[in-house]
Design a protein around this ligand. Structure first.
Ligand code: ATP
Length: 439
């Protein structure tokens, strides 16, 4: 049973994962700030993606392109013309909706305004989702700029730069993680759909004939990434887009979907973008974005397979999948069963009491553990309550320093999931912790 969204939103706020942005001013239009725990967890999601996509491979390099960009990129990519959602207005209450998110009523077959129930809706018109602004002090047509609606395009316009400097050849990829902005008509479901969010995108360039093979490869690879990091397989599925659903550039798209409390929703789209982008930018810029294969003396435009994931949305999926309530020794607890690589803190160092005698040795233990992983340090309240708190924020291991430690130079390691405790000498602590965390 997936948890209630209210549980996730409440925990996020209370424990410092995600706060509504500008809360003291009443909040700002579905934007969110990531608190002390959220920033750690979001960073871990992005780091794990980077580790899998860049660090553990030799065929992918990274990029961090500008967010602010001129209209020529988005004209060439097709976003100015095509990156739209169908917008309908309710004539009665003036709310606006995405037509493709409205379902006809089961009883009368008509589409009703979800806010006031009226059926008096305007026909749909195309609403461009890009945020438009002006670069520089003059606000005229010549200064128009856009906040990128996806990190992709940075990959394509740098294709030659990367090719020339990295000495890679197809099949090879360019990975990028960063903020994207979309003026969503109806943001919602907490951080599932926001106007400012983070993406993790790979553009993988392949010889055209190999595109179907690599498309299948990346579908499989990406699904397994979520499973490896602890999302139960039955909460995930791959869903192929049908023809009508395909984006203007795509010859095939499959989504990794997650079972959210309200139903299946996309975490990531894997698309065969063909040679659409490189050709479009070649045509618009006059610079030939091609690969010249010296071995065969052939010049060709690679096809692109794109796995495009959302970091913020994925972080929420990890929270939902990990959330559990169980009973330990007759006492109810909330526990986040997060994978150690995703959890905000991997370790908590807890001196049994605030007494001066324990603090120096607790600090010594902290200094041993901090280089290994992110450590929380907490000396307030009873030990039982501190364990509960660590369970609730998903810390896999708690290391307790007690009065015996002063005699035997050993500490207790408590496991979040089983709550079992073992005594370990400080000398062997680093090794023990590493092996338990898999670090
Ligand atoms: P949707 O159909 O949900 O609007 P999309 O198909 O337009 O998404 P893509 O363009 O494929 O999304 O973007 C890749 C990923 O970026 C999505 O799978 C999602 O995880 C993330 N993403 C896209 N839009 C948003 C948003 N508004 N808020 C948070 N994450 C988003």
């Amino acid at each position: 049973m997936p948890p209630d969204m209210d549980d996730i939103v409440r925990l996020s706020k209370q424990r410092g994962f995600v706060f509504p942005s500008a809360e003291i001013y009443g909040g700002f239009r579905s934007t969110y700030d990531y608190g002390p725990l959220g920033v750690l967890m979001l960073r871990n999601v992005k780091n794990e993606w980077w580790r899998a996509m860049v660090q553990l491979r030799h065929d992918v390099v990274g990029l961090d392109a500008a967010i602010l960009s001129g209209p020529r990129i988005w004209e060439a990519s097709g976003h100015l013309a095509n990156f739209t959602d169908p917008l309908v207005d309710c004539r009665s209450c003036k709310e606006r909706w995405r037509e493709d998110h409205l379902e006809p009523d089961e009883k009368d077959g008509q589409v009703h305004c979800p806010n006031c129930g009226s059926t008096d809706l305007t026909p749909a018109r195309a609403f461009n989702l890009m945020f438009k602004t002006h670069a520089g002090p003059v606000e005229d047509e010549g200064s128009v700029a856009y906040l990128r609606p996806e990190t992709a395009q940075g990959h394509f316009v740098n294709f030659l730069n990367v090719l020339q400097t990295s000495r890679k050849r197809p099949p090879f990829g360019i990975a990028q993680v960063g903020k994207s902005f979309r003026n969503e008509i109806t943001p919602g479901n907490f951080v599932f759909r926001t106007r400012e969010f983070e993406q993790m995108e790979l553009e993988y360039f392949v010889p055209p004939a190999d595109a179907p093979k690599w498309f299948d490869y990346w579908k499989h690879e990406r699904l397994e990434w979520y499973v490896d990091l602890g999302i139960p397989r039955d909460m995930l599925r791959l869903r192929d887009h049908d023809r009508e659903e395909l984006s203007h550039y795509s010859a095939g798209t499959s989504d990794v979907e997650f079972r959210f409390p309200w139903g299946w929703g996309e975490l990531e789209g894997i698309a065969n973008r063909t040679d659409y982008d490189l050709k479009a930018h070649t045509e618009a810029s006059g610079v030939r974005l091609e690969y010249y294969d010296q071995a065969t003396n052939e010049r060709y435009v690679p096809y692109v397979i794109e796995p495009a994931a959302g970091a913020t949305r994925t972080m929420m999926a990890f929270l939902i999948a990990a959330f559990a309530e169980d009973e330990i020794g007759g006492e109810k607890r909330t526990v986040l069963r997060l994978h150690p690589r995703i959890a905000p803190y991997q370790l908590a160092v807890l001196p049994l009491s605030k007494k001066d005698t324990l603090v120096p040795v607790a600090e010594e233990v902290l200094r041993i553990l901090q280089p290994i992983a992110m450590c929380d340090y907490d000396e307030t309240q009873s030990i039982g309550r501190r364990y509960r708190r660590q369970d609730e924020i998903g810390t896999p291991l708690a290391v307790t320093v007690d009065f015996d430690t002063l005699e035997d130079r050993a500490v207790t390691i408590r496991d979040r999931d089983t709550t079992t405790q073992v005594r370990v000498p400080i000398d062997g602590l680093a090794e023990e912790v590493r092996s338990r965390l898999g670090f």
